[in-house]
Design a protein around this ligand. Sequence first.
Ligand code: FAD
Ligand code: NAI
Length: 486
Amino acid sequence: MSDTVDVAVIGGGPGGYVAAIRCAQLGLNTVCIDAWKNARGRASLGGTCLNVGCIPSKTLLESSEYYFQVKHKISVHGIQVEGATVDVPAMIARKDKIVTTFTAGIASLFKKNKVKSVLGTGRLLKRSDTDDTWCIEVKDDDNTQTIQAKYVIIATGSVPRQLPMADIDNEKILDNTGALALSETPGRLGVVGAGVIGLEMGCVWRRLGSEVTVLEAMPDFLMAADEQIAKEAKKIFSKEPGLNIHTGIKIESVKTSKKSVTVHYQDTDGNKQKLDVDKLIVAIGRMPNTTDLGLDENGLEVDERGFIDVDEFCQTRLANVFAVGDVVRGPMLAHKASEEGVAVAEAIAAREKDRQHKTEPVNFNTIPWVIYTAPEIAWVGKNEQELKKAGTAYKVGQFPFIANGRARAMNAATGLIKVIADAETDRVLGIHMIGPHVSELISEAVMAMEFSASSEDIACIVHAHPSLSEVLHEAALDANNRALHI
Ligand code: FAD
Ligand code: NAI
């Protein structure tokens, strides 16, 4: 490619591809370089999220939940289903088809918006002294090309953190890629790490019939969640047959044989324990991906955890080089990556096209978190432990799903919603949920916080009856000592 483009985006995940589309929509000549290839060696845009993350995991969570309902829960409705079975390859094939449809969808969005898509691994070479453009080398197998760009957006995402004594082979010891592609349900499944991936993947295979044992290093799990919600989750999960969660453990060794994987570990009391499983998922966090990006050569260091240092507008210390998504600080979430991508595109367009245009950084305080277990967990804003630490005076209102008619009708009446508001001003500081479909209910909480609502504002809004959203309404009423149905 000989002409200089306005923007070169390195990485085609939700950070990079969204940034590229927005740049193009704003009239910038844009290239998106992405290295991801599918099993047939073709470009597969969408990054971790689309290929081996959000979409495939939610597809399998959905499918496995249907099976679980039919097998174990549907009889409470008076419906008897005999002989329900699972066809795991068919389930995986459906998931793969959904992934392929969406990756092809991004390719057409690129076409429609005139984003040029380049397959290969990008590396920042140097900034030209003569015309202030960046030169990026792109390698794909034996082909190498260079791209000149005025601006660069790095969106190279993250990779799984490895457990030193357990090499991922995606046969017996699996990362997220292997955990989403099993051809049969393992009889015994081990999971190292009771984080988001461990709980979601454990959920999928437990619903399909695995005996799942989760080994977590910390004394508790879901450390980022509100303590009360994490405790409630632990209480609910520990009652689930086929799911065992051991916290406070220390892994000592992992050995594979032809038939199984054996994990030796110390339990929370320091006693030696052994776990034999057919497959072991390792999900102990993810690390920013900056391998061979040419950062050192350009004097761009990463912080002590490997993230590229950026300011609140995602600007790195290099002129006209931005970085977004999992490769920079903040939660490793697809919607956070995309919002940063949009914000950077707007900032570049403002510099290039309309210098008056005011851009805003992404508001981290209103980024929702969702964990798609059963029941689901979701939150936005501050939790109680953070507010206590900050010395903020607050009040809490809460309401359980058990007192909600819709949740009862659905046979899904577990969990609660709690609203935390400033003790003096009543402004909502955080909303925390565990229960049915809270992945959807959290949006109302995000909207309320984005518009600086008070808990009384939520309490004054009419919520449809009967609906799950009434639980949020009642929790807001409770924050004002006016709950009606409890
Ligand atoms: P990525 O999606 O990782 O994309 C980076 C892209 O850059 C990749 O295509 C990679 O091949 C490419 N790349 C890397 N280096 C180069 C290079 N040098 N040159 C060219 N291309 C390069 N988040 C949610 O919000 N909701 C969820 O439900 C959710 N579920 C998840 C489930 C799993 C199993 C996993 C693993 C993650 C999940 N996440 C979820 C997290 C989410 O996937 C990430 O936060 C998101 O993908 C980050 O987007 P990104 O664009 O920063 O990076
Ligand atoms: P995580 O950070 O959520 O959890 C990792 C867990 O492993 C922690 O509880 C940690 O204490 C534990 N751990 C670390 N080292 C260990 C060891 N040696 N032995 C035992 N336990 C150990 O990371 P995870 O689950 O890998 O997910 C990575 C990220 O991907 C998430 O933080 C999230 O940002 C994103 N994600 C988001 C999802 C969503 O939004 N629904 C779904 C899946 C992933």
